[in-house]
Ligand binder design. Structure first.
Ligand code: NCD
Length: 323
């Protein structure tokens, strides 16, 4: 809707595109989080809500998704809106006939009040925001770029547990180079003082040097490690991620680095603290063993998942709701 990435929220979400965590300040995140308990109540107690009454949200997903798609679909309906769901438009829409991205966005803009877009290209979400003049675009993952709503739910999950988002020691493991959830999460964490983030990855999958310097320039302390022995004992949060197979040109390069750091019960007991929480944006493909699922520190299939719906409900209410 607004054609610039510097489209800061600045206390007012109404009608704004949600493209990057860079649009957010601490204050904006506070506004969003203050709505989440109410959204949980609406969802959990099956309370009726008309916040999005009469609104239609298009979910336009060019890449596979389970949680993001499912939780956006649920979130819209929980607060009284309706969805038009287009999965895989490359196969099942006029895109097959050669329709351009521009035309597709214009068409769905005409049908809806907002478009939630997942796309394999980094520039797609901001391009869609330029094309769509009347409705906001919500970025549900733009290639290896960002995944802002995932980071917001991750931050909420950390906040719920520790009652703060500053002064934290975090370990993020897996694919730093291609992991869009990681790129948004670090942006979010860098809004708060005194956070230290340890990044555990194979050498080939470190952050790009551009992102590394962009992030460290924000004042957040980033320490890159390549061995589990270097994990400090005092981390409050572990955030594990999948190696992003679909971003590799050569499958052999993927095979070389996959499952280098696997969380088993023994691994967790050896390197994590007693109160460390273990998060994962999911899907996991072997990097956390199912034997860990019942450990009280493992919250990826519990609160982290549920918070995804509540935080997306809150965000949609602020962007599209009446007040
Ligand atoms: C992530 C994504 O698609 O970026 N999944 C998600 O949205 N929860 C993470 C991933 O695919 O590894």
């Amino acid at each position: 809707m607004d054609n610039s990435l510097s489209n800061k929220i600045n206390g007012n979400f109404k009608g704004k595109d949600i493209i990057s965590l860079d649009q957010f300040s601490q204050k904006d995140i506070k506004i969003l989080f203050s709505l989440v308990p109410k959204m949980r109540e609406i969802a959990f107690k099956a309370m009726p809500s008309k916040i999005l009454a009469g609104k239609i949200v298009v979910l336009l997903f060019y890449e596979p998704s389970s949680r993001t798609f499912g939780s956006f679909s649920t979130a819209v309906k929980q607060i009284g809106g309706q969805t038009v769901e287009i999965l895989n438009p490359q196969q099942f829409s006029s895109v097959v006939k050669g329709e351009t991205f521009e035309d597709t966005i214009r068409v769905f803009e005409a049908y809806s009040d907002a478009i939630v877009l997942r796309h394999p290209t980094v520039g797609a979400a901001s391009k869609a925001a330029e094309i769509a003049r009347l409705v906001p675009i919500v970025n549900a993952g733009n290639g290896i770029g960002e995944h802002p709503t995932q980071a917001l739910l991750d931050l909420y999950t950390i906040y719920e547990k520790f009652e703060r988002l500053d002064n934290l020691n975090l370990l993020i493991a897996g694919d730093m180079l291609n992991g869009r959830t990681v790129h948004s999460l670090i942006r979010g964490l860098s809004l708060y003082p005194k956070n230290t983030v340890y990044l555990l990855s194979p050498d080939e999958l470190r952050l790009s040097r551009k992102e590394y310097s962009d992030f460290t320039n924000r004042g957040i302390k980033i320490i890159e490690i390549q061995n589990e022995q270097d994990i400090p004992k005092n981390t409050e949060v572990w955030y594990w991620t999948r190696i992003q197979k679909e971003r590799f040109e050569n499958i052999k390069d993927y095979e070389k680095v996959k499952n280098k750091f696997v969380v088993s019960q023994k691994f967790l007991d050896t390197y994590a603290g007693k109160h460390t929480i273990l998060m994962h944006p999911l899907p996991r493909v072997g990097e956390i063993l199912p034997e860990v699922d019942n450990d009280p520190r493992a919250i990826y299939l519990k609160t982290q998942i549920r918070n995804g719906t509540y935080v997306r409900m809150a965000l949609l209410a602020l962007v599209l709701g009446k007040s």
